[in-house]
Design a protein around this ligand. Sequence first.
Ligand code: SF4
Length: 306
Amino acid sequence: MQIFLARTQGFCAGVARAIDIVEQALAKYGTPLYVYHEIVHNTAVVDGLKARGVIFVDDLSVVPYKARLIFSAHGISPDIVSQAAAKQLKTIDATCPLVTKVHEQAVRFSDEGLDVVLIGHKGHEEVVGTAGHVLPSRLHIVQNAADIERLTIPAHQMVAFITQTTLSIDETRELILKLRARFPRLTGPLKDNICYATQNRQDAVKELATLCEFIIICGSPKSSNSNRLREKGEQLNVKSIIVDNAAELDLALLQGKNTVGISSGASVPRHLVDDIVQKIQQAFPHSTITTFDNPEKNVIFPRPTI
Ligand code: SF4
């Protein structure tokens, strides 16, 4: 068996920063420490922090008055900031700076009085947070071509678009083209808001698809960028599966295969991928491993003062 490890492995800079913020807050203030939503969408990371006393909540009504609360990497709407202020919570913002940048665009377009089309998955925490920065009467969330067709904004009107950061690059490009055809005065970011980590991981899966008969994506069910990686492999006609950890990998799927590629989402700790490699090596003792240079090793986002 030849194992190919995608060139992108380990945490992206936004995830590393968010987890570091929780670690620093734990070290400085101890527990109780509350986090609004999962700090990042990875089961192992969240379970590890829960075991150390961190409490994850999806509703601020359960957080005690004046408690300490961290906002997750996915970002929050101004309404959540107000709710936290009303309870005098001591807040720390772990929103990824690349998500904050999208929030700033949302505010700018909304303040300019434009209708804002937000391309993203309805209900995803990042989309809910970004949507909260747009005047509700101006907000239109679309996740596919049919949603764009259903928009009732007049075609001559100036319309702005923004996107979730972890979408499929190819599908988002098509949706933007469709929007541009429908609204000739469309404005927005230069390209889209898809982040460097999502772009690199999708490029790395495209590379794996040229080398492998089977692709394993390590990632949790709620991780948007991990799910897009599995879809990308499938779109390139390579059978692709997603597993949260090595225990979930059914080795029978590898029988008869000579090449397997392994990639992982931006919130996956490196040791989970190592566990998968080890499990395959134990089952196929003569496996070889091919690695590639990681383009992200020097990307670091500055930390706030905790
Ligand atoms: S995937 Fe992108 S947007 Fe999300 S935390 Fe990582 S760098 Fe930030």
